[in-house]
Design a protein around this ligand. Structure first.
Ligand code: SIN
Length: 281
C-alpha cells in the first residue's frame, strides 16, 4: 500500500509530498501527485536519488520537454538545463520573481528542479501562488483586470543590451538562443482546474496592451507587491537530492541569491504548455 502523505509548507502556497520514490511511482500515486500539483501549485519532495535519466523519465510523465533557449545544457542530456552559480559568480539564474517562459506564446506548463549541490546556508527558493493572489484582490480591480491583456518578452533579459549582458552570467548562457514575445490575458483560466490566476510577473511582463509603459508600471508594481505578500508565498530550503515541481500558470518563483562564495548546482527540466485563455468576466 502507498505511503504517500501530503503536508502544507505554508498556508497559502506549496505542499511537501512524503513517502514516495519518483523513480517508482504507481499510476495511482502519479494521479495523486498531479492532483496536488494543480491544487497547490508547487510540490516539494525530499531526498530523491535521481540519475539524469530518472529525472528525464519522470518529466516525460508530465508532457513534452522544452529545451531552454538560454540556459547551459547538461553534457549528453539536452533536456536538462544546468542552473548553477559558481563561488566566483555574483549573478544567479532566476534571482527575481518570474514565471518560466511566460514570454512564449505557449508558456511552459511547469518545471522540475532537482538540487545537485547546495550551499551550506542560503540559496533557498521562494514561491508565490497566483490563484491565491488573484482571490485576494477587490472585486472592482478584478473586473478591470479581466478586460486586460499584457505583453511579455525575453528581450530585455537575454537580448542585445539586456540585463544579463551586463552581468557575469552572460558568459555562461548559450549564445544565439531565440528571443520571444507574447501577449496573454492578465487573468487566465487555469487550463486544468478552471480557476482564475493572475498572469503577469515582474521578470517578463512589460506593459498592458494599449497602455504605455509608465502607466502600466504603476499598476504592475502594485500587483507585484500585492502578490508577494507573505500570505501568498512559501520558502524552500534545499538539501541535495530534493525535487520541486511548480505550475508556471499559477505560481511565480525567485532563487534567493545570498550565498556568494559558495557553489549551487540545480538541474531543471521544463515541460511544454499551451496557449492560455482568459478567465471569464
Ligand atoms: C529558476 O528556475 O528560475 C531557478 C530556480 C532556482 O534555482 O531555485
Amino acid at each position: 500500500m502507498s505511503e504517500l502523505r501530503i503536508r502544507a509548507v505554508s498556508p497559502g502556497c506549496g505542499v511537501e509530498v512524503q513517502g514516495i520514490d519518483l523513480r517508482r511511482l504507481t499510476n495511482s500515486d502519479f494521479a495523486t501527485l498531479r492532483d496536488a500539483f494543480h491544487r497547490h501549485g508547487v510540490l516539494f519532495v525530499r531526498g530523491q536519488d535521481l540519475e539524469p535519466d530518472d529525472h528525464i523519465a519522470f518529466a516525460r510523465r508530465w508532457g513534452e520537454i522544452v529545451i531552454n533557449e538560454h540556459f547551459p545544457e547538461m553534457v549528453g542530456r539536452r533536456e536538462i538545463a544546468v542552473v548553477a552559480k559558481e563561488p566566483e559568480q555574483k549573478t544567479n539564474i532566476g534571482g527575481g520573481w518570474h514565471a518560466d517562459h511566460s514570454y512564449d506564446p505557449e508558456p511552459a506548463l511547469g518545471s522540475i528542479l532537482l538540487a545537485r549541490e547546495v550551499p551550506e546556508s542560503g540559496g533557498d527558493t521562494l514561491f508565490a501562488n497566483m490563484v491565491a493572489a488573484w482571490n485576494g484582490l477587490s472585486e472592482g480591480l478584478k473586473a478591470t483586470l479581466l478586460t486586460l491583456r499584457a505583453h511579455h518578452s525575453s528581450r530585455h533579459l537575454y537580448g542585445p543590451g539586456g540585463l544579463y549582458e551586463k552581468t557575469d552570467l552572460k558568459a555562461r548562457l548559450k549564445e544565439g538562443g531565440s528571443l520571444s514575445d507574447a501577449l496573454h490575458p492578465v487573468a487566465i483560466r487555469h487550463p486544468v482546474t478552471g480557476e482564475t490566476a493572475l498572469y503577469v510577473n515582474p521578470g517578463h511582463t512589460l506593459r498592458f496592451d494599449g497602455w504605455g509603459r509608465p502607466e502600466s508600471k504603476v499598476l504592475l508594481d502594485w500587483l507585484f507587491q500585492h502578490a508577494t505578500q507573505p500570505r501568498y508565498t512559501c520558502r524552500w530550503t534545499w538539501r541535495a537530492g530534493d525535487v520541486a515541481l511548480w505550475d508556471n500558470r499559477s505560481t511565480w518563483h525567485l532563487a534567493v541569491n545570498d550565498y556568494d562564495g559558495q557553489r549551487r548546482v540545480m538541474h531543471r527540466i521544463t515541460i511544454a504548455g499551451e496557449a492560455l485563455g482568459a478567465a471569464a468576466a
